[in-house]
Design a protein around this ligand. Sequence first.
Ligand SMILES: [Zn+2]
Length: 392
Amino acid sequence: MAVTRRTVLLSSSTGLGLALLSACASGSDDASSSAEQSPSPTQTPEPAPTPTPQTQVWEDNTTVPHLFFHSLVADTDRAFDGDEDAAGYLDYMATIEEFETFLRQAHERGYVLISPHDIYATAPDGTVSSKELEVPVGKKPLVLSFDDLSYYEYMEGDGFADDVALDDEGGLTTTYTDAQGKTQQGEYDYVPILERFIEENPDFSPNGRKGVIAMTGYNGVLGYRTSDLGYKDENPDLEKDKRTATEVADAMKERGWEFASHTWGHLSCTEMPLATLQEDMGKWKAEVEPIVGKTDLLIYPFGADIAGPEPYSEANAKFAFYKAEGFNAFFNVDASSPAWNQYGGRSLRQARINVDGISLKAAVEGKNDVLNGFFDPHAVLDPARPASIAGS
Ligand SMILES: [Zn+2]
């Protein structure tokens, strides 16, 4: 059935393309109604296929883009207050307002969320190959990831959420302590914001995909101080926090979120020697994997890759190590083009574009137009940012 639908779709998609694109541009999501009304080009004794063809095969997986964010600034007054951390927040974080405008515009422009797992398959012998990706007609795939969902110690009191939590109905929320010291639950970071946005706009995530969370371990996970190495003598609730964090991670996975390793200690995989990376992965597997589960995704801290643009080879000892540890897809950072994907035989490498003060500043100053295909940077930019926009 799926094959038949696809065949029909491909034969008719050329004629529909323009109409569908204009429908997207005007904010209409109802691509299927256009298809229903199209006259059949040839007389055929078979009844029209039902349901109406709705998906098409994305023609080239190496064109799939990937954007990433850090935790969102919930209180711009406290984050951008000029203290020693403010410049870093201006550079590397986006605000809640910026994220919400981004979501609306990416959705209006026809993007739909997919997972990296939708574009590659790993054979039992470790071979990694491109996998057929289906997207709704007229839509464009987009991967989102989010780094460091840890609510690191240094962020306390600076206007960010405290942790990801479950609300009374079992839904995903965040805990937040406001400037007056009052603690409450609500939409103070992207997890509940994206959950609600997709509830309101289910077509933004046709297969229920949300985002990939890049997780370290040294300050615990998800805002819970779960690290034995870091908190054994400091956190009397260590075991309880591990259980809570595991429940939250499970709930996130059930709702389409995925987790990646971001190394335990937020290390530069370019600079650190193999032995250091090996020891670090031991800590990640001991302290983080039991909570977030196994993953074959490695998101490099600082975007610091283990090779140049050439495909990974087994002669690269760091690649051989990470591959043996079960990793198949690797993510660096490159804001110089809208998409970069490399199928290297035994790996997928995908470049990510940062959406933060640095990239927004470059965009509004006309120095880099890579974000313009996804949203209007001028509209996304939060007026609460100072005139300098970024900290650097
Ligand atoms: Zn990071």
